[in-house]
Design a protein around this ligand. Structure first.
Ligand code: ATP
Ligand code: VIB
Length: 268
């Protein structure tokens, strides 16, 4: 019998250029030709780069109590500016969730400015982040979605059940490019259907990174560009998982027979 040809997977390119300050000299910040960005703000302290990402976003959604964080946190992150002006210009397009955390005066404030409020208090089976991603998915056409990155602010740190719920959302919407962000790190899913080319923006991310088989073991993962590369290596919880790895090259490649989580540290 003829030997089976190795599986060829299309290549998917990833970049965190959305985090580059607009004035960075070497690599340009994302321009009109780059992927569109949607921002979802969760009920956690705003990361320091929240104003930058907010201003780059085409859509801004607050998950329930995330609206309080924008109301309180944007003026705090922009101390030189008038808080009322900041609150008027950092206006969410949508506040969605089960509405048990957004303060009434915050809801009223944004509602008066024209923010759409979507109350889904009847649904106690999906998280507020799930509800927000579903909203963006429903309101973007398939073509636009393939060119959309959803950046989730405040997704890590804090309550472990919430963190796991946030990570589960990556697996619930595998065809959407969702990036979970905190002040310290970012996480996204690498689907087994692709070979992944991760362009590491060394001025803002790394050197620490991890490749983690959540959900199921991988029997074969191969990487380039890391200090401790995997070469047709298996990974599983209870066996090897790649934590405290180091990015050595500007481009990291990953091919695996299971979906993996990729994480890099963010520089302070
Ligand atoms: N401590 C946290 N760590 C990580 N994510 C969080 C944390 N707190 C909230 N979130 C995220 O923000 C979203 C909105 O938070 P909010 O507090 O409004 O949720 P909630 O429905 O009241 O949660 P719960 O009832 O479980 O406390 C959550 O769905 C979750 O994705
Ligand atoms: C098995 C199971 N575990 C937990 C919940 C509770 N829950 C999950 S998401 C959510 C909404 C949070 O805004 C709530 C209350 C459930 N329904 N089913």
């Amino acid at each position: 019998m003829a030997p089976t040809a190795p599986t060829q997977r299309p290549t998917m390119r990833h970049s965190s250029a959305f985090l580059l300050p607009s004035t960075a000299p070497s690599s340009p910040a994302p321009g009109p030709d780059d992927a569109a960005v949607a921002v979802v703000v969760l009920n956690q302290p705003l990361p320091r780069f929240a104003p930058l990402l907010w201003s780059r976003a085409a859509v801004r959604v607050c998950a329930d109590g995330g609206a309080n964080r924008v109301f309180d946190g944007m003026p705090a992150l922009l101390p030189g500016q008038d808080p009322d002006e900041v609150r008027a210009s950092y206006k969410p397009d949508v506040i969605k969730g089960d509405m048990d955390s957004v303060r009434p005066e915050v809801k009223e404030h944004y509602s008066n400015l024209g923010t759409r409020i979507v109350d889904e208090s009847h649904d106690q089976d999906t998280t507020d982040l799930h509800k927000c991603i579903a909203f963006i998915a429903e309101n973007y056409s398939a073509t636009n979605k393939s060119n959309l990155s959803i950046l989730v602010l405040g997704a890590l740190g804090g309550r472990f059940d919430h963190e796991m719920g946030n990570i589960n959302v990556l697996h619930l919407f595998p065809s959407i490019n969702i990036v979970l962000l905190s002040d310290d790190c970012l996480i996204f899913l690498l689907s087994k259907m692709h070979t992944h080319e991760i362009h590491v923006e060394k001025s803002i991310e790394g050197p620490h990174c991890g490749l983690i088989p959540i959900g199921m073991p991988s029997t074969s993962t191969t990487t380039t560009g890391l200090r401790w590369n995997l070469d047709n290596t298996s990974m599983s919880f209870g066996g090897l998982i790649s934590t405290s790895n180091i990015v050595e090259e500007d481009k990291v490649t990953v091919t695996s027979d299971s979906d993996l989580m990729w994480t890099t540290s963010l520089r302070k």
